[in-house]
Design a protein around this ligand. Structure first.
Ligand code: PLP
Length: 431
């Protein structure tokens, strides 16, 4: 199988992939990960980092450390464990902030994504007559939509009037800058909140976050991001871009383990805004006074002030270990390799010259992350099942999309070459 290169030449895809692997500054990170196996005992070709990132070698030991501390100290581990559980979450703020381009005081790890979204909506969705609408991207993740609609109803409004969907132009799959500007022109003065995924979970399109923040500011709307598919994937600059809040999970590109704790960002300009409505709990109370058990809440300034409960240490230990690896590699190199892996996949798929394949994700580098969503006309499910039988772990999203997400820390360029060859075989078998 040969790929057509940008310079017009052709090269065997395997040869090109091996050369890219040899020059990859992140290649040694793969050894840090446990690659799932096929039923036949071979390494699977894993392209599901957008759904559940893989386990790194250090995670078992990180959990064991906390189990040992619990065994040794019991409740005294809150102060005697190393590091003490009382302030354990503070260790995650720095690396997490680095990954999303924020200040540590803007960043907290707590709860799960949808829970954090609700907490942020309590603070940043304050509908009033005349400004009660929420603008959300089309095909947003269903949980976001359920959360938004339930909040709209909670405030006594009707989603049919208050939820505005940012749609692409008729017949198009991607949302253009013009579509975004038009939505603000039409609804901007009535929008209380904009919620946008950084990368759409279905199409794989990455949105112009900075531009959306500018528009939201100009029209006086609050804006939040769902970074489930952005954190650990895109090069984010949350502090500079200036959304009011962001929420994301820790189990996709952050490799923190199934259902692990989630992140939450609240911009520094709200650090001391204690007037914002919020749902509170004792972990948001002044740390020095927490155990005085006072009835009056004294909120911690910054994102930490939104915490509710004392956090679960075991999943936090997993996430901390995995953030350590990500920060060691650094987001600029991770982002660059994600793009290079995607480029090879695009080159490979287009070189197949098969009109049944449609790449749904924009091919422009600034409009995508690690994920490529593809359709195979009339054959999607068959190709997906064929991939699964051949040891490829991808995912299927109804009605007809195969999502493939090669990621920098554990995928090789050679995995892409193998994937493209397998797709070629499947297309050939189904001529
Ligand atoms: C974009 C997006 N938002 C929200 C969620 C829901 O996350 P959680 O179940 O952790 O609340 C997901 C889960 O995959 C997602 O992909």
């Amino acid at each position: 199988m040969e790929v057509n290169l940008k310079n017009g030449q052709k090269r065997p895809i395997r040869e090109r992939a091996r050369e890219m692997d040899a020059n990859d500054p992140l290649r040694s990170f793969r050894e840090e990960f446990l690659i799932p196996q096929t039923p036949g005992g071979e390494e699977a070709l894993y392209f599901c980092g957008n759904s559940l990132g893989l386990q790194s070698q250090g995670i078992r030991a990180a959990i064991e450390r906390e189990l040992n501390a619990w065994q040794r100290h019991g409740v005294l581990g809150h102060h005697r464990a190393d590091p003490p559980w009382f302030s354990y979450h503070e260790q995650l703020a720095g690396p997490m902030a680095q990954i999303i381009g924020a200040l540590p005081t803007e960043t907290v790890v707590m709860n799960t994504l949808t829970v954090n979204l609700h907490l942020m909506l309590v603070s940043f969705y304050q509908p009033v007559p005349g400004r009660h609408k929420i603008l959300v991207e089309y095909s947003c993740f269903p949980s976001d939509r359920y959360a938004l609609e339930s909040q709209i109803r909670f405030h006594g409004y009707d989603p049919a009037d208050s939820l505005v969907v940012l749609e692409p132009a008729p017949g198009k799959v991607h949302i253009s800058e013009e579509d975004i500007s038009e939505a603000f022109r039409r609804h901007g003065n009535e929008i209380a909140l904009v919620l946008v995924g950084s990368v759409n979970y279905y199409t794989g399109q990455a949105y112009p976050l900075k531009r959306m923040c500018e528009l939201a500011r100009n029209f006086g709307c609050n804006i939040g991001f769902d970074l489930a598919h952005g954190a650990g994937n895109l090069l984010l600059h949350l502090h500079d871009d200036g959304p009011d809040f962001a929420v994301w999970c820790g189990y996709k590109y952050l490799n923190g383990g199934p259902g692990t704790l989630a992140g939450c960002f609240v911009h520094d300009r709200h650090r001391e805004n204690f007037q914002l409505p919020r749902f509170a709990g004792w972990w948001g109370h002044d740390k020095k006074r927490r155990f005085l058990m006072e009835p009056t809440l004294a909120l911690i300034p910054g994102a930490e002030g939104w915490q509710l409960s004392n956090p679960p240490i075991l999943p936090m230990a997993c996430l901390l270990e995995s953030l350590r690896l990500i920060c060691q590699a650094g987001m600029p190199l991770i982002r660059a390799k994600n793009i290079a892996l995607g480029n090879l996949l695009i080159e490979g798929l287009t070189s197949l010259g098969d009109e049944r394949i449609e790449i749904l994700t924009p091919t422009r580098e600034d409009e995508r992350g690690a994920q490529l969503s593809i359709r195979v006309s009339g054959l999607g499910r068959k190709v997906f099942d064929g991939l699964s039988l051949r040891g490829v772990v991808a995912d299927w999203r109804e009605p007809d999309v195969i999502r493939l997400a090669p990621v920098a820390l554990y995928n090789r360029f050679e995995d892409i070459a193998r994937l493209v060859e397998i797709i070629q075989e499947l297309l050939h078998e189904n001529r």
